[in-house]
Design a protein around this ligand. Sequence first.
Ligand SMILES: *[C@@H]1O[C@H](CO)[C@@H](O)[C@H](O)[C@H]1NC(C)=O
Ligand SMILES: *[C@@H]1O[C@H](CO)[C@@H](O)[C@H](O)[C@H]1NC(C)=O
Ligand SMILES: *[C@@H]1O[C@H](CO)[C@@H](O)[C@H](O)[C@H]1NC(C)=O
Ligand SMILES: *[C@@H]1O[C@H](CO)[C@@H](O)[C@H](O)[C@H]1NC(C)=O
Length: 659
Amino acid sequence: MLLPILATAAVAAFATVATALPTSANHVVHEKRSGSSSWSPMQGVKPDGRITLPVRIGLTESNLHRGDDILMEVSDPASDKYGKHLAAEEVMRYPSPAHTADLTLEQIVELFAPQPKTIDVVRNWLVSSGIESSRISLSRGRNWLNVNASIAEAEALLKTEYKIYEHSTGQKHIACEEYSVPQEIQEHIDLIMPTIHFDTKIVGDPERRKLKRTFNPGDSNNNGFLPKKGPTILGPGADPDLAPLPFALTTCNSQITPDCLRALYNFTNGTLAKSSYAVVEYTPQAYLQSDLNLFYSNLARQIPAGTAPTFDSIDGGVDQTTTQSFDDNGESDLDLQYAIALVYPQTVTLYQTGDTVEGASFNNFLDALDSSYYTSDATYPDPNSGGYKKQDCGRYTATSVISTSYGSNEADLSAAYEVRQCNEYMKLGMAGTTILYSSGDNGVAGNGAECCTKAKCAGGTYNSGKTGTFNPSFPGTCPYVTSVGATQIVSGASVTAPEEACETVIYSGGGFSNVFAMPSYQSSAVKSYFTNHKPSYTATQYNNSETVRGYPDVSANGANYAVAVDGSISLVYGTSASSPTFGSVITLINEQRVNAGKSAVGFINPTLYANPSILNDITSGGNQGCGTAGFTAVSGWDPVTGLGTPNYGKMLPVFMALP
Ligand SMILES: *[C@@H]1O[C@H](CO)[C@@H](O)[C@H](O)[C@H]1NC(C)=O
Ligand SMILES: *[C@@H]1O[C@H](CO)[C@@H](O)[C@H](O)[C@H]1NC(C)=O
Ligand SMILES: *[C@@H]1O[C@H](CO)[C@@H](O)[C@H](O)[C@H]1NC(C)=O
Ligand SMILES: *[C@@H]1O[C@H](CO)[C@@H](O)[C@H](O)[C@H]1NC(C)=O
C-alpha cells in the first residue's frame, strides 16, 4: 500500500447530527462572477421564485495535497514507484506482477472523501435554515450535498438574487452575480451550484425549454476551439483554382497527411494493438462513416472501409446525422481520422458525450468515468422532449490516453469550479490515464479572440474589443493535463526541416494561468524561460509573477491537415489536430510498454520536462492576440509551443527504460 486509508465513518456521520449549528448567519461572499461579454442579465425580468433549482453543494475534499504527492510518485521518472498506477485500466486488462495496483478505485474515493465533520456542518446549516433533512441527499462519493430548492429558498439561503441571463445566441440561463455562506462553515464548502457558473441548468420549470445549459463544448456558436476550414482540395466543391497535389512526403508543406506526421515525428505504423486510446466529442459534433471511408481510401489505404471507433455513448451521446456541415462534422472527422490512422490496428474509442437536446459539459464526461466525482451540472436526466432520461455515472473505465480538442476560457467559470474539475484529472492521472487537451486557436486571446480588461482575467470583465489582457484557456492550464499547442512546416520547407509555431489561420494557445500555481515539474523550464527570454509585457497583459502555471506543455502540427468532411477532402487548421496527433504518439509508446509487461505511461509531464531533448524544440514563430504579437517561441520551453513536438524515436527508449 502506498498510503494508509482513512477510516470511513462517513455514512454514520451523515445520519447523526452531532455538531453545533452555526446560529448567527454571519454570511460572507463565497464566489463572485467574473463577468462575460456574451451573457448579460435581462433587465426587468425576474425568474418565478417557485422554480426548482437542483442545488448542489460541493464539500471540501480531503487529502488533495496527498493526491498530488501520489500522482508525482507514480509519474516522476526518478521515482521507483513510476508506473505503479492506482487501479489502472492496463492493470486490469493485462495483469502482470510488475504493476499491481496499490489502491482500488474505491480506495481512491475514500482518500478524497470530505471529513465527516464537513458533511455534518454543512448539512446542519441547511436544516437550521429550514430545509427538512429528508430533502437532503449525499452523493455516492460523499462530496456533494444535494437538495431541490425553490429559487426563493435558495435566495434566502445564499443571500443572493437569481436573474435570467441571455446569451448573444439567444440562449437563456438562470444564474446570480455572487452568493454568500456563513463564515463559520465557509472552509467546508468548495462551491455551490447553480449560482454564478454558466455551466448548469434548472429542473422542473415550465419554461425550461428556453433555459438551456450554457457552455456546451460541442456548440459551434460558443466554441472557439473547433477547427477552421481551409480550401477543399478533392471531391465535390474542390477549389477549381487549386491544382490537385499528390499526397506525398514532398507536399507536406501544403497538405498534412498521416504519412507526413510519421515523417515529422519519427514514428512508424502501429502493429501491436495492445493499448487503449480515446477521443472525446461533444454532441452535436459527429463523425460520418462515409467520411472515414473516404479518408482511408485516399490517405490510409491499409485501413479497410467500415473501420469505426468503439462507440461509448455518454449521457445520450449519439452520432447524429440530422445536421451535416463542417461545423457539425469537422471536429469529429478530423480527430477520428488522424487518431485511427496513426494508431491502426489499435482501435480508437469515441466518448460521444451529451444528447442532441442539451449537449454536455466536461463534468458530464468526467462523471461517466468516475461515479464518485458526481457533479453537478444537472443536465441529466434531461426532462426535455427527446432528452436522455438517465445519467451515466461511472459507466466507463478510462482508456490509457484521452485526447480532447475542446476548451473554454479560465475566465468563463469560477476558480473553485476549475480547481475541482482539475483535481479530477489528477485522480485520472493516478489511475494511469494520459489526459491531453488542445491549447486553443487564438494565441494569447481566448475563444472568439476575446481578451479581458483587468490584469487578472479571472477577476475582471471581458473587453468588448479584441485587445486587453491575455485570456488563458481551460482545461489547458490545469497542471494535471498535458496541453498541446500547434506548429506548422515552414513555408516551402521539407518535412525534415525544423517546424515553427503555427501562424496559418490559427495561432497556438499559450500563456500563463490566473488560477493555477506553477507545478514543480515545470518550474526549472519556466524559470529558464524568464531568465533567458523575459517577455516585455507587464502585469497588465498577464500574470508575470513567475509563480503560475505556464501552458502549453508540448505541441504538434496544426496546419493544412487533409481531412475528409461531408464527402470532400479539405484542409483543416487548429490545435484540434495537434492533440489527437500527440495522443497517437503516446499510444504507440504505451503499446510497446504494455507489450513488455509494463504499465501505460499515465501522466507524462514530469517525464517530458525531465527529458526535454526527446522533443523537437521549436524556436521560431509566435502566438499573437489581444492586439499584441503574443509570446515568441524560443529555445527551451516557451508559452507558444511548450517543450516542442514529439520525436517518437527519441521518446520510446526513455519511456521503455522506466519501470
Ligand atoms: C430533485 O428532483 C429531481 C427531479 O424530480 C429528482 O430526480 C432528484 O432525485 C431530486 N433530488 C433530490 C436531492 O431530492
Ligand atoms: C504505414 O502504412 C501506410 C499504408 O499501408 C503506408 O503507405 C506507409 O508507408 C506506412 N508507413 C510506415 C512508416 O511504415
Ligand atoms: C499572479 O498569481 C499570483 C499567484 O497566484 C498571485 O498571488 C498574484 O496576485 C497574481 N497577480 C495578479 C496581477 O493577478
Ligand atoms: C529518430 O529516431 C531514431 C531512433 O529510433 C533516432 O536515432 C534518430 O535520431 C531520430 N531522428 C531524428 C531526426 O531525430
